[in-house]
Design a protein around this ligand. Structure first.
Ligand code: ATP
Ligand code: MG
Length: 562
């Protein structure tokens, strides 16, 4: 099965951009991806990255660019660790900001100057009411706001007070700077929003140079305008902030006039996307860190073994619309399987081993079995795997009393060991608990690489690992992190619907070649799924550790409403 091609039809944002170019509104297009460095990026951000950097790439011929801008205007939540992880994630997805790397904190002086400009124009004033008083005086949808005494203060007085705010004369919360727009506006965002607040905090870039910090709504349009962004693409929740965005662009001394366009954010079933909630999972120890393979973070997906091309393809396929919805995570898994099916070499590993002893091995001892590295791609070559008289097979490949349509091993039945002999089971031992402990079988000489002899029914080939040369590996089997489709709306909160079985660690048997692969090596374990050597814990030749990227089939569908 292959993934349907993405439609060549332009989405509404690309249509707007194409029109602006045709009508000469701009000679090129400049977009930006503006993360706040207060957490790791998740797959929702990947959608925004693919959109913004994608548009730049598509228009590279006319000099289009996409800026990577860290929106680091809030000193309290930001850390350089996040800056580095964000850069690594954007690169991993295959995008390049070139020399266009910016930090909003480099514009603090400009924001300040714009604020002073607004004060001089009589369009901003110092507010000394408490946050609670301001909230009450702002009114509501049925009642216009009421002006506070500060609103009629003189320009001179406002300038002095603002200078004192900046100089650190006031405690946090003592006053703020507000825009003077419209207290009766039906859009609450226009009812004299706060522009600046006092925060006596150390900033990762500017240190202690500032103790007043701009609000996001004020800073963002100014950042865009300073960087000559043509189209500022954001998610739908900013739609009713757009009049405010435009007001700042109209009323501040900015060098360009960017246009804000909103699109629907990506939501995925069975997961959560808010950085605040992801941080809660990380800090609470519910997962192993920001790059835990169960998280929808880009670093989690990477460690899980998702190919970046599959993530990018998925983001394109989801498309850009104005309608919020939830995308089935199975769609993402489908893309991951599809990409890995083409690119991942095949290897053998037995996840739930039971031993088979081949009682007549001496009749035709084989020393190596030869297997293709990919069933459809001969250019990926072959490999030789040692084999001897004892092999591990998957417990589920044997049935004491075979069901209808079970074509694998059972008493007096035949099955082929991939790349090796057809074998016939002629007995088994059980342990005291009644589980199969050992299977006795014999090889059918002359069947390596040959059809089954007349009168022998052998419809299946199973994977195996040689007991003498196979190795133990730690294998991590991941399942969905939450048991319900929409964890955010769970009655007891998202923490109440964590899946207790989201991680199972097992000891599997692996073919010898797997022990020495590099961290990040991705392959299919024949018949079980796609696996990747863990980027952090896998030690080649010392301690093999593999993560299951995705099972071969969507087992969740079968499990149904669990
Ligand atoms: P979160 O809500 O997860 O904390 P955020 O919006 O606060 O995310 P930012 O760092 O501000 O995170 O996001 C950077 C960019 O990524 C913004 O332009 C934002 O609109 C976009 N973005 C964030 N989440 C999504 C999403 N789920 N789908 C699409 N774009 C998103
Ligand atoms: Mg944000």
């Amino acid at each position: 099965m292959s993934v349907p091609e993405t439609s060549p039809k332009l989405d509404f944002i690309r249509e707007i951009i194409a029109d602006d170019l045709v009508f000469g509104k701009h000679s090129t297009t400049i977009t930006r991806f503006p993360p706040e460095p207060n957490g790791y990026l998740h797959i929702g951000h990947a959608k925004s990255i693919c959109l913004n950097f994608g548009i730049a790439l598509e228009n590279a011929g006319i000099g289009a660019k996409c800026h990577l801008r860290f929106d680091d205007t809030n000193p309290e939540k930001e850390e350089t660790e996040y800056v580095e992880s964000i850069k690594a994630d954007v690169k991993w997805l295959g995008f390049d900001w070139g020399s266009d790397l910016y930090f909003a904190s480099d514009y603090f002086q400009f924001f300040h100057d714009c604020a002073v400009h607004l004060i001089r124009e009589g369009k901003a004033y110092i507010e000394q009411q408490s946050a609670e008083e301001m909230r009450v005086c702002r009114g509501n949808l049925n009642t216009p706001g009421t002006p506070s005494p500060g609103r009629s203060r003189s320009v001179e007085e406002n300038l002095t007070l603002f200078a004192r705010m900046k100089a650190g004369d006031f405690k946090e919360g003592a006053c703020v700077l507000r825009a003077k727009i419209d207290l009766a506006s039906s859009n609450m965002n226009l009812r004299d929003p706060v522009l600046y607040r006092i925060m006596h905090a150390h900033h990762h870039n500017t240190g202690n140079a500032w103790c007043i910090y701009p609000m996001y709504d004020f800073a963002h349009p100014l950042e865009d305008a300073l960087e000559h962004i043509t189209h500022s693409l954001c998610t739908l929740e900013f739609e009713n902030h757009r009049p405010l965005y435009d007001w700042f662009i109209e009323n501040c001394p900015v060098p360009s006039k960017p246009r804000q366009i909103e699109f629907a954010r990506l939501n995925l079933s069975y997961t959560i996307m808010s950085k605040r909630k992801l941080l809660e999972l990380v800090q609470g120890g519910h997962v192993g860190g920001w790059n835990d393979p169960r998280l929808p973070t880009i670093s989690g997906l990477r460690r899980r073994g998702y190919p970046p091309a599959a993530v990018v393809h998925f983001c394109k396929r989801v498309g850009i619309t104005k309608f919020n919805g939830t995308t089935d995570v199975a769609l993402l898994e489908f893309d991951v399987r599809d990409f890995l099916n083409h690119s991942a070499p095949r290897r053998m590993a037995v996840l739930d081993p039971v031993k088979v002893v081949l009682t007549n091995w001496a009749a035709e001892p084989l020393t190596v079995a030869t297997l293709a590295n990919h069933p459809q791609q001969p250019e990926m070559g072959e490999r030789e795997i040692p084999i001897s008289n004892e092999v591990w097979i998957e417990r589920e490949d044997f049935m004491e009393i075979p069901e209808k349509k079970f074509y694998r091993l059972g008493p007096d039945r035949h099955v082929r060991l991939k790349g090796g002999h057809i074998i016939r089971c002629n007995g088994f031992d059980k342990d005291p608990n009644g589980n199969i402990a050992l299977i006795h079988a014999e090889i059918l000489p002359g069947t390596v690489g040959a059809d089954s002899p007349a009168g022998i029914e052998c419809k299946a080939a199973i994977h195996w690992v040689d007991v003498a040369t196979g190795l133990d590996a730690e294998v991590r089997i991941y399942d969905r992190l939450f048991t319900v489709e929409d964890p955010d709306s769970a009655e007891g909160g998202f923490m109440s619907v964590l899946n207790p079985d989201s991680l199972k660690t097992i000891t599997a048997k692996i073919e010898p070649s797997l022990a020495t692969v590099d961290p990040g090596f991705s392959c299919q374990f024949d018949r079980t799924g796609y696996f990747v050597a863990d980027a952090i814990d896998h030690q080649p030749g010392v301690k093999p550790v593999f993560n299951r990227t995705v099972a071969l089939r969507d087992s969740w569908v079968k499990k149904g409403a669990r």
